[in-house]
Design a protein around this ligand. Structure first.
Ligand code: PMP
Length: 459
């Protein structure tokens, strides 16, 4: 890996200055000021991104022109609403390289992970029939593998599944550089003996594509291949990758994946769960009720095929349609150019390590993934989310001083307490970028951060 030419990306192309000006103009909120007229520098996109006008317009247009319940009703509006809703599913599927029927709408990534975990439990209870029980069964002696870097959303549901089924939770540790330590993945001898983190007892491997704290990119294809070799299911938390780089879920070879619209330039209240078609067909539903059935008698119910089987109740239609517009917006920008632009921002952000007393938690540089990382070869090996501590100053105080300068960063444990514990700290501050972030903004942030220790007399 190198730290040079990181902005070149796979296509050698980042945004031109004029393109970046045009992108920023698409995001109305970026034009506002905060704290007595200071220009807003929004460096909290990993928590939630801002939304382009086209997403806002698409949602308004839906309510003004098309609003109706979908997948029921024979009137014109119901038809148009259903068409918009299903078109959005195609737009989102196209962003992540899947078939349209493999995308399930969920209220967010968290709910998608819970859906898979609880679906596995329901299958274990026999609710999907013998074939599903055979495919998904989990119990005492089985193992669920996560990582020490997970967001609580991709940890707690697996702790719960382990507690409810008697399975054992294990985890891949994180190294000092903030990357996963994969030394124990296949066992010391390269075999799959008991000591290996992925072994014959492993039933589920759940991990983040990109850490929301360190910004490090995990070797997805390698982990997925190791899981596949023992028949374990993979569940990828793609919340922090889909908004920032090309993601082809089929090529990555994972079984399930989740991501959220609100981090992907789309509305709140909607996310997507990807599942390989045969798995979605076999997995029993979790939330039951209207809209997800075929035949209901007083005694029993047969379920609609996926994805509708997992979408009980009245759907989040306007939000899904807005998500579709966000997916198209990103695809039109070109995800390779987005990744290249954000790699430049990451390199610039990481220069905060030159400020005395500032320590970055996570990879210190941004490089390019090599051939061994196929299908991700040529993409950046970290994203532009940089967490840090400032000697002698609490993260919340860092955040407050930056806020006084109009700069929005996130402070706290970022829903990743075990990872913070791993580094012996309770909290970090995190600066994170998106398509609309500029190098000038990052430089202004660095200058403001350089003054923080002096402000608190910590020098
Ligand atoms: N995983 C990761 C890596 C995240 O960054 C987040 C959001 N902070 C989530 C899961 C949860 O996403 P949501 O709150 O949209 O369900």
């Amino acid at each position: 890996m190198t730290t040079t030419d990181v902005g070149a990306g796979r296509t050698g192309r980042t945004f031109t200055p004029a393109e970046l000006v045009a992108v920023r103009a698409d995001f109305p909120l970026l034009g506002r000021t905060v704290r007595d007229g200071k220009r807003l520098i929004y460096l909290d996109s990993a928590a939630t991104s801002q939304k382009p006008q086209v997403v806002l317009d698409t949602e308004v247009d839906f309510y003004e022109q098309r609003n109706a319940a979908v997948h029921r009703g024979a009137h014109a509006l119901a038809e148009e609403a259903t068409e918009a809703f299903e078109h959005a599913r195609q737009q989102v599927a196209a962003l992540v390289g899947t078939d349209v029927g493999e995308i399930v709408w969920t209220p967010g990534a968290t709910m998608g992970i819970n859906l898979v975990a609880t679906g596995i439990q329901n299958a274990t209870l026999g609710r999907g029939g013998p074939a599903a029980a055979e495919r998904f069964r989990i119990g005492p002696g089985d193992e669920i593998l996560v990582t020490e870097a997970e967001h609580h959303s991709n940890l707690v549901p697996w702790q719960e599944l382990a507690a409810r089924t008697g399975a054992t939770l294990r985890w891949i540790p994180v190294g000092d550089d903030g990357r996963l330590d994969l030394a124990g993945l296949e066992g010391a001898d390269g075999g799959r003996g008991d000591a290996a983190l992925i072994n014959e007892r492993t039933k589920v491997v759940a991990f983040a594509h990109v850490s929301n704290v360190t910004g490090a990119v995990a070797p997805v294809a390698r982990i997925a291949a190791a899981a596949r070799a023992v028949g374990a299911l993979t569940v990828l938390d793609a919340c922090q990758s889909v908004p920032h780089r090309p993601v082809d879920l089929h090529a990555l070879g994972v079984d399930f994946a989740v991501f959220s619209a609100h981090k992907t330039l789309g509305p709140t209240g909607v996310g997507a769960l990807y599942g390989r078609r045969e798995l979605l067909e076999a997995l029993p539903p979790v939330t039951t009720g209207g809209s997800m059935v075929e035949v209901v008698t007083m005694e029993a119910t047969t379920f609609a095929p996926p994805p509708l089987k997992f979408e009980a109740g009245t759907q989040m239609v306007a939000q899904a349609v807005g998500f579709g517009a966000a997916a198209d917006y990103l695809r039109e920008l070109g995800m390779e150019a987005v990744a290249a632009h954000e790699a430049e921002l990451a390199a610039e952000l990481l220069r905060i390590a030159e400020i005395p007393g500032v320590r970055v938690i996570g990879p210190a540089s941004v490089g390019t993934l090599g051939e061994e990382a196929a299908p991700e070869a040529g993409l950046p090996d970290r994203v532009a989310a940089v967490s840090f501590v400032v000697d002698g100053v609490h993260a919340h105080d860092v955040g407050q001083v930056l806020d006084d300068a109009g700069i929005a960063v996130r402070v706290g444990h970022h829903c990743a307490q075990p990872l913070h514990r791993r580094f012996g700290i309770a909290a970090t501050a995190r600066a994170s970028a998106s398509v609309y972030t500029t190098l000038d903004e990052v430089k202004a942030f660095r200058e403001a951060l350089a003054g923080v220790r002096a402000f608190f007399g910590a020098e």
